[in-house]
Design a protein around this ligand. Sequence first.
Ligand code: ARG
Length: 273
Amino acid sequence: MKHLAKLGAAATAAALIVSVTGCGASTTSNSGTANSATANGSTTGGSSSEPTLVLATSADYKPYEFHDTSSGQDKIVGFDIDVANAIAQQLHFKVKIVDMNFDGLIAALQAKRADFVIAGMTPTADRKKSVDFSDVYYQAENVVITKKGKNITSMNDLKGDKVAVQLGSIQENAAKAIPNVKLDSLDTIPTVVQEVLSNRADAAVIENTVATGYIKNNPQLQLNKIAGMTENGSAIAFPKGSQWTQKFDTAIEKMKQDGELQQMANKWFGGGQ
Ligand code: ARG
């Protein structure tokens, strides 16, 4: 619950408005499939008069965005995709998903190869020089993943260690501050975790919201909480000066007020965080 940024009390009146505006769309916003694109970039849902916005993401970040092949089809799904689809439904646009490495997302916006990025991305001062951000829609904090048996309580405990991180992430920046660190920067989160599993790295710095899934599935791994870690929000990024930023903020605010965002968080993060 505390991960939802600025979540107001549920306003039932706002919930009513959502169900009315949702009328024209083919599916409900929290079904997980409305307007969603298959991994090869085709779009579904919405009416033909609606504009199509290109959503760029890095679908290596379960449960925010990841490839789901369980239906026999490669689909990008997750919390962020549900959030994007719900916004698309409110603002009447179709979504085309483009998947790329996290490190390329900001450049894709700057080159206008995407209309928006939703990728669990934290709105840092540095990134704000290059792109605009929506309001924060979810919170996370950094943790350290190691093999079982270590006792890491501060980043300094990793002094001189080989530390795996995702290239271009704020976790990479955080790891750079560790004295004598051997930085192991990789393109995707599964490969970052694999470095620890296969003892090629001593530790990985990852957000708690993503780390818990790997801990659950890999009993040989341990999640180490770091004292005094500040929270990192996730926000949606846009090319500078985009006309969509304000509209997305209005849609996000409505979803905070009417509880739709909380419902999606419960669905993908289990609610108890
Ligand atoms: N919140 C972190 C950042 O903004 C990590 C995000 C990684 N997202 C992803 N889809 N791999 O740097």
